[in-house]
Design a protein around this ligand. Sequence first.
Ligand code: ATP
Length: 327
Amino acid sequence: MKKIAILTSGGDAPGMNAAIRAAVRYAIYVDMEVIGIARGYQGLLDEQMYNMDMRSVADIIQRGGTILRTARCPEFVTKEGQKKGVEILRKNDIDGVIVIGGDGSFMGAKALSELGIPTIGIPGTIDNDLAYTDYSIGFDTACNTILDAINKIRDTMTSHERFSIIEVMGRHCGDLALYTGVGGGAEIIIVPEHKLDIEKVCEKMRDSKKRGKMSGIILLAEGAGHAHSLAEEIKKHGEFSIRSSVLGHLQRGGSPSMKDRYLGTNMGVYAVKLLEQGIGNRIVGIRDNKFYDMDIVEGCAMKKEFNIDLYNLAGIVARNNMITIGN
Ligand code: ATP
């Protein structure tokens, strides 16, 4: 391949810039031309493209977000939109594409591949909701941001002897809540994969109080409920002083962690290496610390398994067997 393009699509994630930088620099190293497509598939349909050279990706590895910007593009879900995208790529002599995004973006990558433009997907989402890869770019940084928030909220909760519900992102996936619940020593973790009823939550809080613990953190995944309404429900019991915080979009931003820069850099290079061989319709992932690739459809069809062992372990170390599955 002589000329490839790169775009970011769906929600942004810290570490996407590391992937862009690595892909651009590796492609130039193997004598390919690289085109940056701004604003995802929307930018493709609007022909928002520019040449990327070594300097265009300087000073970005430490920056959150994506220098290419991102967007959602309903038109690209249609066959007409996809055909228009392929025509634009062909008109610009683009032989292959790299798409950094989540499962929706991967469906767009599949469509491009099927229409004759080999396309590779790189997982970029803080939700870590893609089954085929152990980690997606952005998850680790978001976890660290959440941990920082937990530490700060815990300081004030301990001083006032209060409980706090912290709602984190993740959509239908509980990984952000689970991993940061473990790392942040949360007393209770509520995830969509294993919802807890309010009675159980109150029972645990009562149990904590009996043991002399007057404060605590309840980590709630957005897919399992809403912090403010859960706090209101718990308040109705009249036994607890409780507050709620929704961390929101601050979880998406920030300078990427070492791990996300490492994932971004390796996956960016891996994707170019596939295109170099004329291979498309694949997604890059990491499994047991090894980078690998698999078919887009197969990868997207995989069902993410909830990490029950980690969840159970969280219950044990929080001295909270009540949230343990299987007991
Ligand atoms: P995130 O996990 O951050 O939400 P995502 O990639 O799953 O990322 P989506 O909004 O689902 O985000 O998809 C991003 C874009 O990918 C859509 O706006 C659309 O342009 C394209 N896309 C989504 N689904 C399809 C599909 N079935 N076929 C073609 N393109 C699609």
